[in-house]
Every structure is written in structure tokens, then in C-alpha cells.
Design a binder for this molecule. Sequence first.
Ligand code: NAD
Length: 312
Amino acid sequence: MGTILITGGLGQIGTELSEHLISKYGSEKVLVSDIKSEASGDIRYTRLDVADLDKIMKVIKENDITDIFHLAAILSATGEKDPFLTFNVNLMGTQNMYTVVKKLNLNKLFIPSTIGVYGPTTPKDMVPEDTVIRPATMYGITKISAEMLGEYYSKKFGMDVRGLRFPGLISYKFPPTAGTTDYAVDMIIHAVKGEDYTCYLKQDTEMPMMYMPDALDAVIDLYEAPRSNLTRSTDYNVGSYSITPASLYEEIKKYYPEFRVEYKPDYRQDIADGWPHSIDFTKAQRDWNFKPKYDFQRTVKDMVLNLKRKLK
Ligand code: NAD
């Protein structure tokens, strides 16, 4: 393997995935990029807009890039505020990645997708990869299109494009930006800080979630799996458990009995209402041994422990 390029590397997943890849392959083998002008810490960093194909080509050639983890995206809630930007970054940005992988004959491309590809007409429970898929958000439309293009190019040109559909991700190291599932992280942070929380979703809104360490393992395990074991390209479902704001509140109260939450649903309720309650990830288990280690209780315990240290 030459050098790995991470796009969108300063976001919620990118910050932790870069650390993970640097500790696995060495800092000289990982080039982190993002649209932000500067990065902190001891990493090799370059500013890169994924909508700029010429610059992507240049960065790849100059840095001996062979593999790309393409995380740059506009997430669901911001996506609804600026759908044209979302189209450009999520779809055209990913198309640019496909172009460079093909033109420069790169080794592998990883693209994360989302449960946001599902829509209001998708069945709600234990949803498999293949089902009714008619997303109602620009985020979902760009993500399903990116998935399908990756699968198409894999078949047509033999490119090695791999991806999975993440549920909401819970993590403490870097704040989530603007997803619909972010209430989970926000609620725990408020509890640890001793503050009340106003939740933007109704208390019984059920969505699938996963803890960040399991998400990072899933990325690496899928990336390293023998290609011959894979029966899908860009859309493996992964996840750990399904929760509601009310069930999270009950779990947090075990640590903070005084904690109070009130519910004031906003536009994100519409997005959440179009997403599944639970997903079927048996294909990831079968093909590359996906096995999350953190259940709901262990996730909350670990979050509380680490946030207490971090926010001290
Ligand atoms: P994030 O918003 O925290 O990070 C995305 C990064 O992309 C940001 O640092 C942002 O500056 C960067 N970016 C935005 N526009 C860019 C551009 N034009 N060029 C280069 N960089 C740009 O998001 P995240 O949570 O880290 O998500 C990463 C990926 O994982 C996305 O593809 C997202 O769809 C997917 N995903 C995330 C979640 C989750 O819960 N966090 C769930 C499902 C899927």
C-alpha cells in the first residue's frame, strides 16, 4: 500500500479514523484532508475541497496516494438547509473520487453511507439492504446515488469500492456536526455538565445507533476483508442497538438522577420519521464478521466515564 488519503478528515468520524489509521499504518502513510484551512495536532494535513477535481488529482499524484477513505459530506440536517451545496459535495464530490480512482488506477476506495438512504415508504423494522428505497431528503438522495454509482463502477470497471450504511454514531472525542441522530451525544454531554436538555425529537422516536469504536472497527474490517468474501459493494448495513430519546434518558438517569429533559420537536423530527427503527446487519456479519462490542448500556457507561474526564 502507498499512502492513504482521508477526505473530510476533520469531522466526527474523520478525527477518530485518522488517529486509528495513523496508529495502524504510521503517520507518514496517512494524509488527512478537509475543506478547513488548518488542522491541529501532529498529522500530515492538506486543505482539499472534494468538489475540486484538478486539486484532487494533483494531491493524489504528488503524495503517492493509493487508497482513499472518502468521508467529506454535508450531513442530514444541514443538508436540508442547503440542498444544492449537499448535492455538490456529496454527489459530485463522490463522483470525483470515482473519476480519480478509475483514471489513476488506485487500489481501494471506502465510502460511508447512512440509514438516511431509507425513506418514509421503507418498512420500519429490521430493514435489510434491499428494500423500498425512496429517500425524502437531499442527504438520502445523494447518498443512495453515491452508493449505486460505486456499485456500478465496481462491476463495470472492476474498481474496488467498499462502503457501509452507518446508523447514528455516538462518540465523545469530537462533537457531531448536524446529523439527525446527534441528540444522543448532546443529551449525554448535557447530563455530564449538570445541565437540563431540550431534545429536538419526540421522546418515542426510535432509531438505530452504534458506538464509535465499533464503527471504526467496522470500517477497517470491511476495508481489509478479502474481496472474494464480499457479496455487496457499497451498502452493507451495520449497527448495534435501537434507542429512543426516552430510553436514553432513562439510562442516563442511572448516573444522573437529577437530570431533566424536555421535548421540543423541530424540522429534524420529519427527517427522523422517514428513517428505520432498526436494521438487519446479518450480511455484514456473514461476509466480514461484523461484531459490535458495545451494547447500549456499555456505550452510555463509557460515554459518561470519558466525558467526565474530558469536561473536568
Ligand atoms: P462531519 O460533518 O463531522 O464531517 C464531515 C467533514 O467533511 C467536515 O469536517 C467538513 O469540514 C468536511 N467537508 C465538508 N464539505 C467539504 C468539501 N467540499 N470538501 C472537503 N471536505 C468537506 O461528518 P461525519 O459524521 O464525520 O461523517 C463522515 C461520513 O460518514 C459522511 O459521509 C456521513 O454521511 C457518514 N455518516 C455519518 C454518520 C454519523 O452519525 N456521524 C452516520 C451515517 C453516515
